[in-house]
Structures are given as C-alpha cells and as structure tokens.
Design a protein around this ligand. Structure first.
Ligand SMILES: [Zn+2]
Length: 202
C-alpha cells in the first residue's frame, strides 16, 4: 500500500512546493536522530516538516503593527483599562526550536482611541510566530502597542511552558515561566500597576 504524496499531488492540493535542499536538511536531521529517512513512514516527512515550519514562522512575513492601524475614536467617554486576557499562543524557542505554549494578558489605558480587541491577539501572534525567547516576545508586543497605539500605558504578562525544558534537559513538566513588561502609567504609577495586575489575576 502506498501513501506517497508526490510533488504532483502537492501542486494539485495547492500546497507550496518545498525545495530539495530544505527536504534534504530534514532528512539529515532524521538520520542524525537515529532513524532511516528512506523508510516508508518517513518519506513525506521532510516536506511536511518544512511546510509546518513555514506555518510556525508565519510572523516573519508580516508587520504586526498593521493590526493597530485602524482605531476607533468613539469610545463613549470610556477612559479605563482595556484588557484582553487568557490569549492562547504558540511560539518556538530560538535555542532549541522547541514549542513554547502559553497564554498572554495584554492591557492598555487608551489615550483617546481604542483598537478592535482581537487586534491585540493578532499583534501577539505576529511576534509569536517566529523563533523567540519569551522575554523578547513580551517586550516586542509591549513596544509595538506603545509605539503604534500611543496609549497612556501598556502592560503585557506572558505565562508559558517551554518544551525545551519540559520534554528534554531537566524534564520538569508543569513548570511555567512568567514575564511582564510595562510602559507609561503602568510602569510609573504603583497604583495603576497594581490595578492592572489584579485585573489580570496576578
Ligand atoms: Zn529552548
């Protein structure tokens, strides 16, 4: 029985073709891991892995700031914190290319305009879909919102588990890492910072 998905079938299914040298790189890695890349179950794996990595790293093809371009000025006098929390995301650590799986809370104190709430998640995903370290991801999301939305304050808290730590190395499942970054009133004013952290549940 053959389950081969050849290049022609890929084209018919609208899948991007994967250059040979990229597939060869995956074959080398399979061999290095101890398996035989020419056995049937692994024949299509190099192309699949390569396409999966294009998807994991889609963020390189976008500028997350574009999601903050469209703002709404009619906020009906609302001048308090806007918070989106428990935003699930997936990224990959740049040290092991292993999954980072977690959730984020993103808050800002508007100046005189707001963005559609889903846009905050899009900014997060734009930066998460790259090779990352959690500290930089947190800082990049914060800075992007700070620069492009120009709010009075931004606060971002990210909590994530790193497969490079849970599945290899010290192998400590259940451990999560928390990072936070603040700008504006959330950094400068103790009361505002406490308020936003308590809204986030920290
Ligand atoms: Zn790692």
């Amino acid at each position: 029985m053959s389950s081969l998905v050849g290049p022609d079938e890929d084209v018919a299914q609208g899948k991007p073709t994967v250059p040979d040298h990229v597939q060869d790189a995956v074959r080398t890695l399979i061999q290095w891991a101890g398996d035989d890349p020419s056995r049937e179950g692994l024949l299509d794996t190099p192309a699949r892995v390569a396409r999966a990595w294009k998807e994991y790293c889609q963020g390189y093809d976008e500028d997350p700031a574009i999601h903050l371009r469209r703002v709404f000025e009619e906020v009906g006098g609302y001048d308090e914190i806007v918070l989106l929390k428990d935003i699930p995301f997936q990224s990959h650590c740049e040290h092991h290319m292993a999954p980072i799986i977690g959730k984020a809370a993103i808050a800002y104190l508007p100046t005189d305009h707001v963005v559609g709430i889903s846009k905050l998640a899009r900014v997060l995903h734009g930066f998460a879909r790259r090779l990352q370290v959690q500290e930089r991801l947190t800082a990049e999301v914060t800075q992007c919102i700070w620069d492009h939305l120009k709010p009075q304050g931004v606060a971002v808290v990210i909590e994530a588990s790193h497969a490079c730590m849970t599945a290899r190395g010290v192998r400590t499942p259940g451990v999560s890492m928390v990072t936070s970054e603040m700008r504006g009133v959330f950094r400068d004013d103790e009361r505002s910072r406490k308020e936003v952290l308590s809204l986030m549940g920290y």
